[in-house]
Design a binder for this molecule. Sequence first.
Ligand SMILES: Nc1ccn([C@@H]2O[C@H](COP(=O)(O)OP(=O)(O)OP(=O)(O)O)[C@@H](O)[C@H]2O)c(=O)n1
Ligand SMILES: C[C@](O)(CO)[C@H](O)COP(=O)(O)O
Length: 234
Amino acid sequence: MKEKITAIVLAAGQGKRMHSKVQKQFLEIQDHPILYYSLRCFQDSLLIDDIILVTGNDMISYCKNEIVDRYSFTKVSIVIAGGKERYDSVYQGLLACTDTDYVFIHDGARPFITEEILERGLAGVRETGACVVGMPSKDTVKLSDEDGFVGMTPERKQVWTIQTPQIFSYDLIRKAHESIRKKDMSTITDDAMVVEQESGVKVRLVEGSYHNIKITTPEDLDVAEVFLKKIKKM
Ligand SMILES: Nc1ccn([C@@H]2O[C@H](COP(=O)(O)OP(=O)(O)OP(=O)(O)O)[C@@H](O)[C@H]2O)c(=O)n1
Ligand SMILES: C[C@](O)(CO)[C@H](O)COP(=O)(O)O
């Protein structure tokens, strides 16, 4: 039987670091909400069968009417409410999956994914069941000690900055979430950490792109405008 691949797109965050009235995933760049761009990529992708859109309880109608229906995102099978933390929203997305073999978990605040990134992610997840996209760090990274001094400097060629999508075999990520939810999750900032901590499975790193930024603070909007203008010219 053909395997089923689901994208879980996260749009339930408050965007506190953006300091805007409208949550950042709904801010418009080049006439479309930021959330539109990643949904467009998943909708058009030959790899993706369905999309679960996770948003705030108060934004479900908006997402259904102004995003899913308006842009005919027919692969969106359900729009559901997320939770307080990102990992709570991911968990709600996982619970909403039906007969899924692989999940692509993606930040709705990352508009610049491409079909090539999805292809690399799918090839990567087939190796062990867990794959994250990221890019080798262009900066030297230092870990601070508790007093604000340099604790250590990892060798740069081993340092990657991590993006989304993060791609998993459904059973693996679901079991890892069930297991970690009984513990302290306060240090969990991405999906791979859940698998790293709760299973012996190695997570494959594949290249995303340096364009695949997360819109987090106001200056990211300026960068996104420039990237989009460039993409539109291509
Ligand atoms: N409870 C949450 C928190 C985050 N997200 C989503 O996860 C992605 C990455 O999170 P981040 O950039 O940290 O978004 P926010 O939590 O909205 O930002 P902030 O931390 O500045 O409040 C975003 O698409 C965001 O909407 C989510 O679905 N549910
Ligand atoms: C998952 C993530 O986008 C990978 O870079 C990131 O860790 C999300 O972190 P945030 O604290 O929600 O910005």
